[in-house]
Write a protein that binds this ligand. Structure first.
Ligand SMILES: [Mg+2]
Length: 260
């Protein structure tokens, strides 16, 4: 293939786990920059704003600016501004991300649209029952992302995507997903880098949400064996990732190979 012009990094499970750096991540980021390859970061993290994520990465020795980061929350705010402009929003989310959602009016009492952010203790029986009640009353629901799990230092946690099929069945309506695995975020990030998807690598630890979803959007998919990676998930997949690396530390080698 032609040389890679851009790399789109998933953050959690690729560069950090529980906001601790993974070995070789800082060096891989620096190599991409030094070779003149464009880069951006696409994350379903909904517990921190872009500025907070950039600061956390800098604390891990990775020089990243907030404007290189595309978050599910920022994409969702853009979606709300265009599709649900001025509508009162009920937000159910783990973490304070209001800083990435300027122009959105929050109203938990009389919502006209429901937004599901990242899963956590906020996704309890009462809150999700209310979402279903609102769905049955015709209130649209937007999910910031459709990830099934994320990995923490203590183990796997289930994420928003694990709730969506049940809510759709009980609420008798479809839920719009904005972040990964929807193509919206991948294409927005490629736009940010100014690189065509077919010359852009998406590197992630989630086979379905990062890698195969990016491949469907035209990107070169690279799966890493860190974070939430499970060999059994890879073996059961109906589509193969473009490339599989032990970790992001092997990315510079792969980019050199693809260039030759
Ligand atoms: Mg990840």
């Amino acid at each position: 293939m032609a040389a890679v012009e851009g790399v789109l990094f998933d953050i959690d499970g690729v560069l950090v786990t529980s906001w601790q750096p993974l070995a070789g991540a800082a060096e891989a980021l620096a190599t991409v920059r030094d070779r003149g390859i464009a880069r951006a970061f696409l994350t379903n993290t909904t517990s921190r704003t872009r500025a907070e994520i950039a600061a956390a990465l800098r604390d891990c020795g990775m020089a990243v600016d907030a404007d290189e980061i595309v978050t599910a929350a920022a994409l969702t705010a853009e979606h709300l501004r265009s599709v649900h402009q001025g509508e009162r929003c009920l937000l159910i989310n783990h973490g304070d991300i209001a800083g990435d959602m300027t122009g959105v009016e929050f109203d938990a009492e009389r919502p006209e649209v429901v937004v599901l952010g990242g899963a956590g203790p906020e996704f309890d029986h009462a809150a999700l029952s209310r979402v279903v009640e609102l769905m049955l009353d015709g209130v649209p629901v937007v999910a910031m992302q459709g990830g099934l799990t994320w990995a923490t230092a203590e183990g796997i946690r289930i994420d928003t995507g694990a709730y969506l099929p049940g809510l759709e069945a009980a609420g008798n309506a479809r839920i719009t997903v904005v972040g990964k695995p929807s193509p919206t975020g991948f294409l927005a990030a490629a736009g940010l880098m100014g690189t065509p998807p077919e010359r852009t690598v998406m590197i992630g630890d989630d086979l379905q949400n990062d890698v195969l979803a990016a491949q469907r959007a035209g990107f070169v998919g690279v799966l890493v064996r860190t974070g939430k990676f499970r060999q059994s998930v890879l073996e059961a997949a109906e589509t193969a990732p473009g490339h599989v690396l032990d970790s992001v530390a092997d990315l510079p080698g792969l980019l050199a190979e693809l260039r030759d």
